[in-house]
Design a protein around this ligand. Structure first.
Ligand code: HEC
Length: 154
């Protein structure tokens, strides 16, 4: 009777630890696959980035706002960006066709957190050989004007 009990215990123990081992071995692989797929298959235009801007509604291009954006761009961005050529950072011509309006404004206002956490910004950081975009203390009004300027450069 006692022996039978011990045998049952031993079998039960062996089964649990075996089950655990299996779970440990198998769990990480599918997770990795999923995260890889997530980054590669997500439409970049659906990524709003990380920062203060959660929603932007675009209308017709506002030329006065775009002109203000050009002034900000020349003062605070051209140290690293050109429109048609890669410089320290990527060429920004056509940027509104590959990034959402919210993502562009969040990148302008909140670059540190973006390059730490946003998958697209992280990839761009690697492509820029690890040169991080600097925070230029851009206000929301300036970021919106910059976006309007980029809309005229497609
Ligand atoms: C110190 C250099 C530097 C300055 C100044 C700078 N950037 Fe950048 N920017 C970069 C780099 C480098 C990247 C690529 C990501 C990275 O490495 O951090 C980038 C990426 C970007 C992107 C993403 C481009 C893409 O292809 O998706 C946008 C948009 C952008 N910057 C806008 C701006 C704006 C607007 C300003 C001015 C307010 C600005 N940047 C100022 C260096 C800079």
């Amino acid at each position: 009777m006692k022996l039978k009990f011990i045998t049952v215990c031993v079998i039960a123990l062996a089964m649990t630890s075996c089950g655990e081992e299996k779970a440990k071995k198998e769990a990480p692989a599918p997770q990795k696959e999923e995260s890889k797929v997530a980054v590669e298959n997500v439409d970049p235009m659906s990524n709003k980035g990380i920062g203060p801007i959660s929603s932007v509604t675009l209308g017709e291009i506002d030329p006065a706002m775009a002109a203000e954006g050009e002034v900000v761009f020349k003062a605070k961005c051209t140290a690293c960006h050109k429109l048609s050529k890669k410089f320290v950072g990527p060429a920004l011509k056509g940027v509104t066709q590959r990034r959402s309006p919210e993502w562009i404004m969040n990148m302008a206002m909140n670059p540190e957190e973006m390059i730490q956490k946003d998958p697209i910004a992280q990839k761009l950081l690697v492509e820029a050989n690890g040169a991080p975009m600097a925070n230029q203390n851009i206000t929301e009004v300036e970021a919106r004007a910059l976006l309007e300027y980029f809309r005229t450069k497609n």
